[in-house]
Design a protein around this ligand. Structure first.
Ligand SMILES: Nc1ncnc2c1ncn2[C@@H]1O[C@H](COP(=O)(O)OP(=O)(O)OP(=O)(O)O)[C@@H](O)[C@H]1O
Ligand SMILES: [Mg+2]
Length: 388
C-alpha cells in the first residue's frame, strides 16, 4: 500500500459502503487518502493496535480498472480472475457489470445474480438454444471459442450434462442446484428459469428421437411440471413489504430423468409454510394470493355460490371487508391483477388435470376460510371461569 495507490475505504456514513480513494500520505500510525471522485474529501485511518500485523482497518487495495477491450473479451465474467478478491472488489465488479445490463457473474462454479427488477431480453428461445448448443459442445470437448457470458442457463446446463455423464466412476449421479438469497433477491424467478431450461432439455433432448413419441410425451410432462408453480405460488406466496410475490414456504423440487435424459416427472416437497399469515398480516402486506384472486376475480355466479355479497360490506371492497384479507389494506400487485391471477391459477389447475369438481371444491374451501375469519368470540362467565 504505497502513496498514490488506489484503495477502497469503508465508510459507514456515506450511501456507498466503500469509497474509492487514493493514498495521499502514509505514516506508521496513520493513512490519509483522498476520495477519487472528490479530492477535497480526505479520509484518515489509524493503524490497529495489533503489534504483529501491520494493517489499517477498513482499507483494501483496489484492482486496476479493466479496459473496454478487456471487458468485451469477458475478462470480468469471473470474479476469480480479480487480483484482489474482497468485499469492495466484488461489490464494485458486480455493480459495474449490472450497469451494463449484465446481471450474472461467475465466482468459479458459483453464479451471482443481481435482481434487475425489470424484464430483460435474457431468456429468449434463441439464447436458450445458444446456451444449449454451447453446453453440448463443451460436454463433447469441442468448444472452440470463448464461452458465452455467465448465465443461469449455464448453471442448469452444466448440472444436466454432469448428470448425463458417467465420469470416471462410470456411474451417473444426481445433481443439486442450490438457490439462495435474501427476500426479493430473485430465487423463485431463478428457480423457474432453471426448471424451464431443464424441462426443455429433458423434453427434447439429443437422445429423445430414439424413443417413439418421446417428444410429445416429454412436452406434456414439461407442461405439467411447470404448471405446478402458479398453483404453489397462489397458495403459498403473498405480498410483503419487500416482495410482491414473496414465497412464504421453502421448497425442494426434484426433477426425475430417465437414463436417456428424458424428463419423467417432478416431486415438490414444501416445508415451513408461514401459517400465522392466514390469521394475521401487517399493514401494507397481504394474505396468500388465492384469497384476493377469488374475491376480485369470482364470476357473479361464483360470488353467489360463495356468499360474497358486495351489497353487505358497508361500502367496503370485498377484500377489505373480510378480516383475513383486509388487515393490510388489500393492496393490488404491481405486475398483474388478481383477476388475471385467478384465471392463471385455474388454467394451471386444469393443465394439471384437476377436474372441474376438484377446482370447485378447492375454491369453496378458500371461500369457507374467508367466512371462518369473520367469526368473532366474546367472553362469558362459566362457573366463575372465562370461556369463549
Ligand atoms: N431474473 C429476473 N428478471 C426480471 N425480474 C426479476 C428477476 N428475478 C426477480 N425479478 C423480480 O423480482 C421479484 C422478486 O423475485 P422473487 O420472488 O424471485 O424473490 P425471492 O428471492 O423468491 O423472494 P422471497 O424470499 O421473498 O420469496 C419478482 O417478482 C420479479 O418482479
Ligand atoms: Mg420466492
Amino acid at each position: 500500500m504505497e502513496t498514490g495507490a488506489r484503495v477502497w475505504i469503508s465508510d459507514s456514513e456515506s450511501e456507498d459502503a466503500w469509497l474509492l480513494c487514493e493514498i495521499a500520505k502514509k505514516t506508521d500510525s496513520e493513512l490519509v487518502a483522498t476520495h477519487v471522485d472528490d479530492s477535497s474529501r480526505s479520509i484518515t485511518r489509524n493503524r490497529t493496535a495489533d503489534t504483529s500485523i501491520v494493517k489499517y482497518q477498513g482499507v483494501e487495495l483496489a484492482n486496476a480498472p479493466l479496459s473496454e477491450e478487456e471487458k468485451k473479451e469477458g475478462r470480468d465474467d469471473d470474479l476469480i480472475t480479480l487480483p484482489h478478491l474482497h468485499e469492495p472488489a466484488i461489490l464494485h465488479a458486480v455493480n459495474e457489470r449490472f450497469m451494463l445490463g449484465k446481471i450474472y457473474t461467475w465466482t468459479g462454479p458459483v453464479l451471482i445474480a443481481v435482481n434487475p427488477f425489470q424484464r430483460l431480453p435474457l431468456y429468449t428461445r434463441e439464447l436458450l438454444q445458444a446456451y444449449r448448443q454451447e453446453g453440448l459442445l463443451r460436454s463433447q470437448g469441442l468448444l472452440q471459442k470463448a464461452p458465452m457470458g455467465p448465465h443461469i442457463y449455464s448453471i442448469a446446463d452444466r448440472s444436466y450434462r454432469q448428470m448425463m455423464s458417467t465420469g470416471r466412476s462410470g456411474v451417473k449421479k444426481s445433481q443439486a442446484i442450490l438457490i439462495s438469497g435474501e427476500s426479493g433477491a430473485g430465487k423463485t424467478e431463478s428457480t423457474k428459469i432453471v426448471m424451464l431450461y431443464l424441462t426443455t432439455l429433458g423434453s427434447d433432448n439429443e437422445h429423445a428421437h430414439a424413443h417413439e413419441n418421446a417428444g410429445a410425451a416429454g412436452t406434456d410432462t414439461m407442461e405439467r411440471v411447470l404448471q405446478s408453480n402458479p398453483i404453489l405460488e397462489a397458495f403459498g406466496n403473498a405480498r410483503t413489504l419487500r416482495n410482491d410475490n414473496s414465497s412464504r414456504f421453502g421448497k425442494f423440487i426434484e426433477l426425475g430423468f430417465s437414463r436417456a435424459g428424458m424428463l419423467l416427472g417432478a416431486r415438490v416437497d414444501t416445508y415451513l409454510l408461514e401459517k400465522v399469515r392466514l390469521g394475521f398480516h401487517a399493514s401494507g402486506e397481504r394474505n396468500y394470493h388465492i384469497f384476493y384472486q377469488l374475491l376480485r376475480g369470482a364470476t357473479p355466479e361464483q360470488q353467489q355460490k360463495f356468499h360474497f355479497y358486495e351489497g353487505h360490506t358497508g361500502g367496503l371492497e370485498l377484500c377489505n371487508y373480510f378480516h383475513y384479507t383486509g388487515q393490510g389494506g388489500a393492496p393490488h400487485l404491481r405486475e398483474f391483477t388478481d383477476e388475471e391471477g385467478l384465471a392463471y391459477t385455474i388454467k394451471a389447475m386444469k393443465r394439471m388435470a384437476w377436474s372441474e369438481d376438484k377446482v370447485d371444491t378447492v375454491l369453496k374451501l378458500i371461500a369457507g376460510l374467508l367466512h371462518l375469519g369473520q367469526m368473532t368470540f366474546s367472553t362469558v362467565d362459566v362457573n366463575g371461569e372465562e370461556a369463549a
